[in-house]
Design a protein around this ligand. Structure first.
Ligand SMILES: CC(C)(COP(=O)(O)OP(=O)(O)OC[C@H]1O[C@@H](n2cnc3c(N)ncnc32)[C@H](O)[C@@H]1OP(=O)(O)O)[C@@H](O)C(=O)NCCC(=O)NCCS
Length: 159
C-alpha cells in the first residue's frame, strides 16, 4: 500500500511514469490500455497530452487527451482507488482545461459509461453536458456510452 505524502501537483507524464499509469488504469478501468497504447501520450507529441498527478509518495492519477479538430478529447482519466474523493481528478481537469486553451481548442469532448456516476459528476462539475448516446459502445459488457461535450468560455481561450 502506498503512503500518502505532500500536497499533490500535476505535471506532464513521462515514459518513466508508464508502470504507475498502467497500475492505476488496471485498478480503474475494465478495458485498460496496453503500454503501447499509452506511449504516444507520454512523448509530448503535438496534439497529444499526458498528465500525472503525484506527491512525494508517488503517482496517484493520470489523464490522456488528444486534439481532434477544434476539440480536446479526453481519452482517459483515473485516480488510484486509495486517493479518490480528494480532488485529484479535479486538478487533472483544470490542467486539461489549460491545455485546451493553449491549443486554442474551444471545446472538450469525451465518452463515459452511463453507470459511471462519479465520472459523470466530475465532468458536470467542469461544465460538460450529455449530448448523445452510443449504444453498446463498451465491448466488455455492451454498456452504452454517453457523449459529453463542453464549451470553454471564449473569454478564457488563449489566456
Ligand atoms: C472518476 C474519477 C476519476 C474521479 O476522481 P476523484 O479524484 O475521486 O474526483 P474528485 O475528488 O476530483 O471529485 C470531483 C467531483 O466528482 C464528483 N465525484 C467524485 N467521486 C464521486 C462519487 N464517488 N460519487 C459521486 N460523485 C463523485 C463530485 O462532484 C466531485 O466534486 P466535489 O468534490 O466538488 O463534490 C475516479 O472516481 C476514478 O478514477 N474512477 C475510475 C476511472 C474512471 O471511471 N474514469 C473516468 C472514465 S470516463
Amino acid at each position: 500500500m502506498k503512503e500518502q505524502g505532500s500536497s499533490p501537483r500535476v505535471r506532464k507524464a513521462l515514459l518513466a511514469d508508464l508502470s504507475a499509469i498502467l497500475e492505476i488504469d488496471s485498478l480503474s478501468d475494465p478495458m485498460s490500455w496496453t503500454g503501447d497504447a499509452y506511449r504516444a501520450y507520454l512523448s509530448d507529441l503535438p496534439g497529444t497530452c499526458g498528465l500525472v498527478v503525484s506527491d512525494q509518495a508517488g503517482i496517484w492519477g493520470f489523464a490522456v487527451a488528444r486534439r481532434v479538430g477544434d476539440e480536446l478529447e479526453i481519452l482517459k482519466i483515473a485516480v488510484h482507488p486509495q486517493r479518490r474523493g480528494q480532488g485529484l481528478a479535479s486538478c487533472l481537469m483544470e490542467e486539461l482545461e489549460k491545455t485546451a486553451r493553449s491549443w486554442g481548442a474551444p471545446a472538450w469532448i469525451l465518452e463515459v459509461r452511463e453507470s459511471n456516476e462519479a465520472a459523470l459528476a466530475l465532468y458536470r462539475k467542469f461544465g460538460l453536458e450529455i449530448r448523445g448516446r452510443r449504444p453498446g459502445y463498451y465491448a466488455d459488457q455492451g454498456e452504452d456510452a454517453l457523449l459529453m461535450t463542453g464549451v470553454l468560455p471564449a473569454s478564457r481561450l488563449n489566456d
